[in-house]
Write a protein that binds this ligand. Structure first.
Ligand code: BMA
Length: 340
C-alpha cells in the first residue's frame, strides 16, 4: 500500500510503464512512446493537444482540443480502451442550451473534464466578448448542455475540484487578458449551484521561482490525498526567446484549498524532448488531466506538448508527494487564506 492515500475510485487498468533507471531530477518520467497523439489525427484537424481524459465504464473517455485546418480550435470527444490509443470522433462536441438548441462557442480550447457526484463537467476557454471560461455538463456523453459562463472575461484555465468542499462546488481559474497574458495567479471561487460564483480567494502567485516567474495556471483537476489536494499546474518563464511552459506541483489544504501547504520549488517536467521543444509553439508542457489509482499509488499525467501533441508521463504518489514536500518553498502569500 502507498504511504500516502489517494481518495478516488480504484483504477486497476491505469496506463503504466515502469520508471527507467536513468530517470533523475523529477519524480515524473515520460512514456517511451510519446507523443500518444500525432499530427493530423482526423480529417480537418491538424493538431490535438491540451486535452483531458477520465475513466468511463471499464474504458476511458476524453475531451480533446483539436486545432482545425482553418486554425480555429474546438473540442472533440475521444474514446480509448487503454488510455493510450485514442479514437477521436470526427465531429465537434455538439453543445446545446438548456432548451436543447445548438449553442456552440465561436472557438473552444484547453478543455478540462471533471466528474462531481453523478455529472461530468467540461470547462474550456472561449470567446465571451474576450477570452473567458465556457462550461457544459453531461451524464451520458451524448447530450452536452451548456451552463452559465462562470466568470467575467478575461479568464482562462478553469479547473473544477472533483468534489464539493464545505457544500459548494469549487473551481480554480486564472484571471488574464485577451491576448498572451504576461501575468497571472491562481484563484479559486465557490458556487452552491454552478450558476452563481463568489467567495473568491487567491491561491498562489507567480514568481516564486524563475521557471514560473511570469505566470501560473491550473492544470489537472486536483487529486484528493491524505496530505491535501495534489495539484499539477503550469508555470511559465518569459525568456528572450519566448515563453517556456513547465509542469509544477503543489499540495493545497483539504478544507481550505486557497491555502498552499507545500509548493515544489523545482519543476516536475520541463520541455526536453523533441515533441515538447519543437512544434507550433515550442517549449510547452501543459498539463490538463491525470488518471490515478489509490491502491497502487500510480499517477498518469496527460499534457499538451508544443501546442502540437499529447504527451503522457508517470509517477508514484509517494515519490511525487515526498519530492514536493522535500523541495517545498512557501511564503505568506501562499499560506494565507487569500482574502483581502
Ligand atoms: C496559453 C494557452 C494554451 C497554450 C499556451 C502556449 O496562453 O493558449 O492553450 O498551450 O498558451 O501557447
Amino acid at each position: 500500500m502507498p504511504k500516502y492515500q489517494i481518495i478516488a475510485p480504484a483504477l486497476p487498468n491505469i496506463p503504466w510503464q515502469e520508471k527507467p533507471e536513468n530517470a533523475k531530477n523529477s519524480p515524473l518520467w515520460r512514456y517511451s512512446e510519446n507523443p500518444i497523439i500525432d499530427r493530423n489525427p482526423i480529417p480537418g484537424v491538424a493538431r490535438i493537444f491540451n486535452s483531458a481524459v477520465m475513466p468511463y465504464g471499464d474504458a476511458f473517455i476524453g475531451v480533446f482540443r483539436g486545432e482545425q485546418t482553418n486554425g480555429i480550435p474546438h473540442i472533440y470527444l475521444g474514446h480509448s480502451k487503454d488510455a493510450i490509443h485514442w479514437d477521436i470522433e470526427p465531429e465537434k462536441i455538439p453543445f446545446v442550451d438548456e432548451n436543447g438548441e445548438s449553442f456552440m462557442p465561436y472557438y473552444a480550447y484547453d478543455p478540462r473534464l471533471v466528474k462531481v457526484e453523478d455529472t461530468y463537467y467540461i470547462m474550456w476557454c472561449q470567446d465571451f466578448y474576450g477570452a473567458a471560461i465556457g462550461m457544459a455538463k453531461t451524464k451520458d456523453f451524448k447530450t452536452f448542455t451548456r451552463v452559465e459562463n462562470p466568470f467575467l472575461p478575461f479568464n482562462r484555465n478553469a479547473v473544477l475540484f472533483p468534489r464539493k468542499i464545505n457544500g459548494n462546488f469549487v473551481m480554480m481559474s486564472r484571471p488574464s487578458d485577451s491576448g498572451h497574458t504576461p501575468f497571472g495567479d491562481i484563484f479559486i471561487s465557490e458556487s452552491p449551484d454552478m450558476k452563481y460564483w463568489g467567495c473568491h480567494r487567491h491561491v498562489m502567485s507567480r514568481g516564486n521561482e524563475w521557471w514560473e516567474s511570469l505566470k501560473i495556471g491550473g492544470g489537472a483537476a486536483p487529486i484528493e490525498t491524505s496530505e491535501g489536494w495534489l495539484s499539477f499546474y503550469h508555470g511559465v518563464a518569459g525568456t528572450c526567446n519566448g515563453y517556456v511552459y513547465s509542469i509544477g506541483g503543489a499540495i493545497l489544504d483539504i478544507d481550505n484549498p486557497s491555502k498552499v501547504k507545500y509548493r515544489c520549488e523545482n519543476w516536475l517536467l520541463t520541455p526536453e524532448q523533441w515533441y515538447e521543444e519543437r512544434g507550433f509553439v515550442p517549449n510547452v508542457c501543459f498539463p490538463c488531466a491525470t488518471l490515478h489509482d489509490p491502491k497502487s499509488g500510480k499517477i498518469a499525467v496527460y499534457y499538451g506538448a508544443a501546442d502540437s501533441y499529447v504527451g503522457l508521463a508517470f509517477g508514484h504518489v509517494d515519490e511525487i508527494i515526498d519530492y514536493i514536500k522535500n523541495n517545498s518553498k512557501v511564503n505568506d502569500n501562499d499560506t494565507e487564506i487569500g482574502r483581502r
